[in-house]
Write a protein that binds this ligand. Sequence first.
Ligand SMILES: NC(=O)c1ccc[n+]([C@@H]2O[C@H](COP(=O)([O-])OP(=O)(O)OC[C@H]3O[C@@H](n4cnc5c(N)ncnc54)[C@H](OP(=O)(O)O)[C@@H]3O)[C@@H](O)[C@H]2O)c1
Length: 302
Amino acid sequence: MKYRILGSTELNVSVIGVGTWQFGGEWGQTFSQADVDAIFDEARTRNINLIDTAECYGDHLSEQLVGRAIARDRDQWVVATKFGHKFHAPFERTEPRSPQDIRVQLEESLKALRTDVVDLYQYHSWSDESFFDDDVLAVLNQARDEGKIRHIGNSVGSNRNVKQLEKSREMGIETIQIVYNRLDRGPEEAGIFDLCRGQNLGVLARVPLASGYLSGKYQPGHSFEASDVRSRQPDDTRSQRIAEALRIQTEEVPDGVPMAQWALAWCLRDPVVTCVIPGCRSAEQVASNATASERLESVRLD
Ligand SMILES: NC(=O)c1ccc[n+]([C@@H]2O[C@H](COP(=O)([O-])OP(=O)(O)OC[C@H]3O[C@@H](n4cnc5c(N)ncnc54)[C@H](OP(=O)(O)O)[C@@H]3O)[C@@H](O)[C@H]2O)c1
């Protein structure tokens, strides 16, 4: 496994992390504790140390599953979670965002994660209107002073949100999380990465497999179960993504290289991206994704 320093946080994180939206039950599968334990046993074996979860992947459900899975060696992990949403039912959220709401959510996350401190606490897709709220920032700074969070991050809703990005350092934000993958190069085009370099922000590339399409395993006509979030995409979007992924597989992915590994290495080719956080369904996927770390130099990426 390779590691990079996450911006100014000084955290040394594995370039491949584990994304855990799947554990909340919105990806067509209910995860047992044994399923999640197996995923983290594999992550340990592969020297992965970064986990991304959130308050609304289930009602703190993903956090609970993660918390139990890493309770015995919590200090070995960098745990990132988020605030600003409340899960009600699959695909249903509200956005409680008062300073008091954030205090409550942090306590609930700490309890679910079975920890005293969150390493990276991230705004979860906030609109500009609610993001620039000094009272919320004061709550976060207080939580940091109290030792309940180590660093503040921003998981931005739009991958072109220059307005929020350029205020990062001023607000004490040390990392961003953004959609970035071979099918969506928005952050490059919008100058987001230049802003990150200029402020020494750590970058977590989310949705690095384009929700799984960049695994190359879906064929034209594929449909997802109703309980899978991807079934909510319009049919033509799904068809386009599958077609584009298959074209890339033919034209860009070297023979013999699993496409998912190539796609993760592709995201990491510019060191401005600190790490990728692929969502994982199984220990086998974790093992394969970890191998992408070995392909950074050997795969011709562009
Ligand atoms: N607003 C936010 O802050 C936000 C939004 C979205 C995501 N995130 C975070 O980013 C993480 C990653 O995004 P994501 O999960 O939406 O999308 P993703 O990582 O692009 O895709 C995840 C899917 O890719 C497939 N996959 C993973 N590893 C594979 C492998 N080795 N071989 C073949 N297929 C593989 C699986 O599909 P199958 O299930 O079909 O096997 C998996 O469900 C999330 O889990 C979450 O932690 C944050």
